[in-house]
Design a binder for this molecule. Structure first.
Ligand code: B12
Ligand code: SF4
Length: 450
């Protein structure tokens, strides 16, 4: 039997450790000819420990899931390439297996990562294609024609959504499931893939595709029940924007009610104008936390960022979510093309009118390939065509500096606890690990709402 070891390389614990959902799908795509094992680095003491696991399992193939490239935060930027290099060194030292990379972070920089980690293969996009890659390798066939496959000779990568079967294999008895259940109790769930919007800085349509592919609502609800029955205390829906289809998200909520899903859940939402009573129905189905990707409250900036809504829509969505008694967070991305004193002021003044919410501000926007922002940055000479963006590079508005933006936000926040600046090294989020240790569950930002 061919043995496949899959390693989740993500050990970031801010804002909290994230269950390696992608690997459930990768394992689910491999049939019984393969003996698979998932190792989550969050559950391994150190790299020596990992070395022992690798030697004992003796895999034919090792897959490494690369989720985070960096923490996308200008204020306290952290990149993870050197950690991945150490990991790969340890794998190579303990196994002659062929090394295959994949994951959402990997998909943004497939050729760069393959080279930097000297891996044998990579799969950009959906990992369900691992089955095709392994089959071709075992039969000594060429792998070049499989979409998304990266080899040492690849210069450009083809991206194609996976339209065949998608199956998640969730193992409630695995040690990593136990880890997430005991640390915050949060597991995660996907209801569809793809985002139809085209926000200028965003990688999601590139990672998942821009065509939405829906999972049947009943199947999603049964999976939610499986997570709940395994002991989950909270479910995060990982869709790029859960409400990108109001119809499908409503069907999922109705299916949750039918399947008696009783634990709270949350996810990312676009603050577009919802149909009447949309948030009420979702709240009745257990939705407790809404995370709006608002980004700005200046209509000029919303247009520049190609957001699919205007400031007035944000206020309407907020009002309806508030009426449904939901916990609300708004995320802001400041410093994009055209940001200036006035647009910033419009945003900060607008934020003051949003009641009972948490506001998270990122001051500076990470530039990723395959985005409209990349083209703007190139045109403005902020980056060059040959420049690698694997180490974080942030867009700088010509009209206002990152420092000035941060200062203005800090001044305006005036110490309010529900105004969080940056990704998680501030006072409020430093307290999170202690709360999880004490048995608190879910994302916990609701405790900051004033
Ligand atoms: C949901 C989400 C979150 C949620 C997660 C909640 C939860 N409990 O699950 C929250 C809000 C907490 C979050 C936080 C962060 N996130 Co986030 N998040 C996402 C999002 C939208 C979806 C991830 C997901 O679960 N997808 C669903 C699963 C099924 O897909 P997948 O993991 O990609 O797996 C598929 C493929 O990648 C592949 N695959 C995966 N592994 C492997 C392995 C092999 C060997 C192979 C072959 C294939 C393969 O196959 C899978 C099935 O097709 C992505 C963007 C996106 N659309 O992908 C960003 C994303 C992963 N996040 C990102 C970042 C940066 C962060 C933060 C660092 C942000 C911050 N500063 O706080 C933190 C880090 C948190 C942590 N502890 O790691 C980046 C990572 C890339 C980068 N720039 O570094 C992404 C890609 C968004 C972006 N900006 O581009 N995030
Ligand atoms: S920011 Fe959100 S809505 Fe916009 S393209 Fe990305 S995932 Fe879609």
């Amino acid at each position: 039997m061919t043995k496949v070891l899959l390693i989740s390389a993500n050990t970031l614990r801010m804002p909290y450790p994230v269950y390696p959902l992608g690997l459930d799908y990768v394992v689910g795509s491999l049939d019984s000819r393969y003996q698979t094992r998932i190792v989550d680095l969050n559950t391994v003491a150190d790299l020596d420990d990992l070395g022992a696991i690798i030697r004992e399992f003796s895999p034919d193939f090792v897959g490494v899931s690369i989720r985070n490239v960096d923490n996308s935060d200008t204020i306290n930027s952290r990149a993870f390439l050197s950690d991945y290099q150490n990991l790969v060194r340890q794998i190579r030292k303990n196994s002659p297996a062929r090394l295959i990379l994949g994951g959402s972070g990997y998909t943004v920089f497939p050729v760069e990562f393959l080279q930097a980690l000297d891996a044998d293969y990579g799969i950009a996009g959906e990992g369900e294609r691992l089955s095709l890659l392994l089959e071709a390798l075992e039969k000594n066939e060429s792998v070049q024609s499989i979409p998304g496959i990266v080899t040492k000779d690849t210069v450009t990568v083809t991206y194609e959504p996976w339209d065949s079967a998608i199956q998640r294999r969730f193992d409630s008895a695995s040690s990593h499931t136990g880890f997430y259940l005991s640390y915050g109790g949060m597991l995660n769930l996907q209801t569809k893939r793809g985002c139809p919007f085209r926000c200028s800085y965003c990688t999601y349509p590139h990672i998942e595709g821009s065509r939405m592919r829906f999972f049947p609502a009943r199947e999603v609800a049964l999976k939610a029940r499986e997570l709940q029955d395994a002991g989950a205390k909270y479910i995060f829906i990982t869709d790029s924007a859960f409400n990108a289809s109001y119809d499908h998200s409503r069907q999922v909520a109705e299916a949750f009610i039918e399947a008696h899903v009783s634990i709270p859940w949350g996810g990312f939402f676009a603050p577009t104008i919802p149909p009447a009573d949309y948030y009420k129905l979702l709240a009745d189905a257990g939705l407790s936390h809404v995370e709006f990707g608002t980004e700005s409250l200046s209509d000029t900036m919303l247009a520049n960022l190609q957001k699919p809504f205007a400031a007035r829509d944000v206020f309407a969505a907020h009002k309806q979510a508030l009426k449904a008694d939901l916990y609300i967070a708004h995320y802001f991305l400041l410093g994009g093309p055209g940001e200036n004193d006035q647009t910033l002021q419009d945003t900060l003044n607008g934020v003051d009118t949003l009641e009972k919410s948490v506001f998270v501000f990122f001051c500076g926007i990470r530039i990723y390939p395959h985005t409209a922002l990349y083209e703007v940055a190139l045109k403005e000479g902020q980056i060059s065509p040959s420049q690698s963006l694997l180490q974080p590079v942030f867009y700088r508005s010509p009209h206002i500096s990152g420092k000035e933006i941060m200062q203005a936000v800090e001044n305006h926040a005036n110490g309010r606890f529900n105004w969080i600046i940056g990704s998680g090294e501030n006072k409020a989020t430093r307290a999170l690990p202690k709360l999880y240790d004490r048995g608190f569950t879910g994302p916990l930002w609701e405790h900051l709402i004033q």
